[in-house]
Design a protein around this ligand. Structure first.
Ligand SMILES: *Cc1c(COP(=O)(O)O)cnc(C)c1O
Length: 522
């Protein structure tokens, strides 16, 4: 295969009267950038490789027998290509990222400085343990603070994301049930749960059953109690839930779940709303993952990295996974692995990862916790809740806020599309937000709210930035109610206009296909 060295092509106007058309496709400093397949070619490279000496291959017939066909660019072209692409990416360092349920907050540069210290950044996971005592101490101290903040008994540090932590927690629950010879098959998940909860339960081999939400957006306690029985292994509850609401009946829920012989899994991804205020251990929770990459600021988005330690109750602690870091009386740290687990941790359900977890996220999270201190973390919860309530109240006269009447929200505010003109929907509002320079909020989630718009400002946004966002949403909401037809065309200022998202989701084209050339078409 050869890749067509097509180089640059002049852009074509989308219609004759397109006043924003330019020959280059660029719009002032908004630079257009084609795919590398369109501008690169197989004859070009930014590096010089020596001729490969001929020698007998040991690949047993599996060696490549034709050109790899990857397009190349010179070094300056490569730098520009990726820098231009990076400028088309919206990031928390550029502006407000109001995605509900994602906790996109500012990542303090102090964390980055600490994580880049060579003593942390240059470690190898197979290094002898006596040479990495400082790193093990960081893992151990972070574990200590996570336990202090949650009031739980032990913590599995190794899971690498929230969903991974959910799986870890459910595997602990399964191991605890099996240890008492109890084969339970059902996990109950309220409607207000995050989507990963039912997915995790199904992945762990459980049958998932829904528990309805009540009119106030909370778990229907009576419906839950009515369903509990000897087949229920666990209940998975997100608290604060995905409507941005605290479950005030949490202790009563835990008590009835325990009375029925089951365990309480709490999705703690929204811990930033309650950190320093409520300890999940006091609410009777048995397992909860903490998204370090949300609550404790370590960066995420774009696919990683994440870190999802799971705190465990006394009942589940013996079943937590290997490996973990233990501190010994002489002040040294050791990683407890399969070889030395027999006497120290014989009931581990197994392991989640090859090594010890996300070291870079541990250092960032510990830097965040220590730099905030106990009072600072409490203020994180207060400010994230204050910011969300500010948005809720400043928008409640232009957007329907289904739970606003039942009191303040927690860290995120939820709105519905009720009151929009017939042919205008949530997607149109979100697209118009792009024209105003904002990443859209979470849309159509949670499912319990029609045309949901879920906004999480986090504690790191200033009042000025919230006010700007609020004014943008207010103006678009008015247009949505009035049925402004131009909303259907939004975004009009973005490098790409409205895309056929249904087609893209149903029929994704994941490899580059050369467009037919004029000749071939003849
Ligand atoms: C983000 C989130 C998850 C999943 O966490 P990942 O790290 O993305 O796997 C689970 N539950 C809730 C409530 C979340 O916000």
């Amino acid at each position: 295969m050869t890749v067509n060295p097509s180089g640059w092509r002049p852009s074509t106007p989308t219609n004759e009267r397109d006043e924003t058309h330019t020959v280059t496709g660029n719009r002032a400093l908004m630079l257009e950038e084609p795919l590398i397949f369109e501008i690169g070619n197989t004859e070009q490279t930014g590096v010089d490789f020596a001729e490969v000496p001929q020698r007998a291959t040991r690949l047993g017939g599996l060696e490549r027998n034709r050109e790899i066909g990857l397009p190349g660019l010179s070094e300056p072209e490569t730098v520009r290509h990726y820098t231009r692409l990076s400028r088309q990416n919206y990031a928390i360092d550029l502006g407000l990222f109001p995605l509900g349920s994602c906790t996109m907050k500012h990542n303090p540069r102090l964390n980055e400085k600490v994580a880049r210290m060579p003593g942390f950044a240059d470690l190898h996971p197979l290094q002898p343990q006596e040479t990495v005592q400082g790193a093990l101490q960081v893992i151990n101290e972070l574990a200590f603070w996570l336990l202090a903040l949650t009031g739980m008994d032990s913590v599995a540090m190794s899971p690498k994301a929230g969903a991974h932590g959910e799986l870890c927690g459910l595997l602990c629950i399964r191991a605890a049930l099996e240890a008492r010879g109890d084969k339970r098959e059902v996990v109950l998940v309220p409607e207000s749960a995050h989507g990963t909860n039912p997915a995790t339960a199904a992945f762990a081999g459980y049958r998932v059953e829904n528990i309805p939400a009540n009119a106030a957006g909370r778990v229907d306690l009576e419906a839950l109690k009515a369903r509990l029985g000897p087949d229920v292994a666990a209940v998975m509850i997100t608290n604060p839930n995905t409507c941005g609401l605290f479950e005030p009946d949490m202790k009563a829920i835990s008590d009835s779940v325990h009375a029925a012989g089951a365990f309480v899994y709490c999705d703690g991804a929204n811990f930033n709303a309650i950190v320093g205020k409520v300890r999940p251990g006091d609410l009777g929770i048995d397992a909860m993952h903490i998204n370090l990459h949300k609550t404790f600021s370590t960066p995420h988005g774009g696919g990683g990295p994440g870190s999802g330690p799971v705190v465990l109750s006394q009942a589940l602690a013996p079943f937590g996974p290997l490996p973990f870091v233990a501190k010994y009386a002489d002040g040294t740290y050791k990683i407890v692995e399969e070889e030395n687990a027999a006497e120290e941790h014989p009931n581990a359900f197994g392991r989640m990862v090859a090594f010890h977890g996300q070291m870079g996220m541990f250092t960032r999270a510990l830097a965040y916790i220590l730099s905030h201190g106990a009072d600072g973390l409490k203020q994180v919860a207060e400010d994230s809740v204050l910011n969300a309530n500010y948005i809720l109240r400043r928008l409640a006269d232009v957007l329907d806020a289904p739970f606003a009447a039942s009191g303040p929200c927690m860290h995120e505010a939820i709105f519905s599309d009720k009151g929009f003109a017939d042919d205008v929907n949530t997607l149109d509002l979100a697209k118009a937000l792009i024209d105003e320079g904002f990443h859209p909020m979470t849309m159509y989630f949670p499912l319990v709210v029609h045309g949901a718009m879920l906004v999480e400002p986090t504690e790191t946004e200033s009042k000025a930035s919230l006010d700007q966002f609020i004014e943008a949403v207010r103006s678009i909401a008015r247009r949505a109610k009035a049925g402004d037809p131009s909303l259907k065309a939004a975004p009009i200022y973005a490098p790409r206009r409205r895309l056929d998202e249904t087609l893209a989701a149903r029929n994704p084209v994941l490899v580059y296909r050369e467009p037919p050339t004029a000749q071939a078409a003849e």
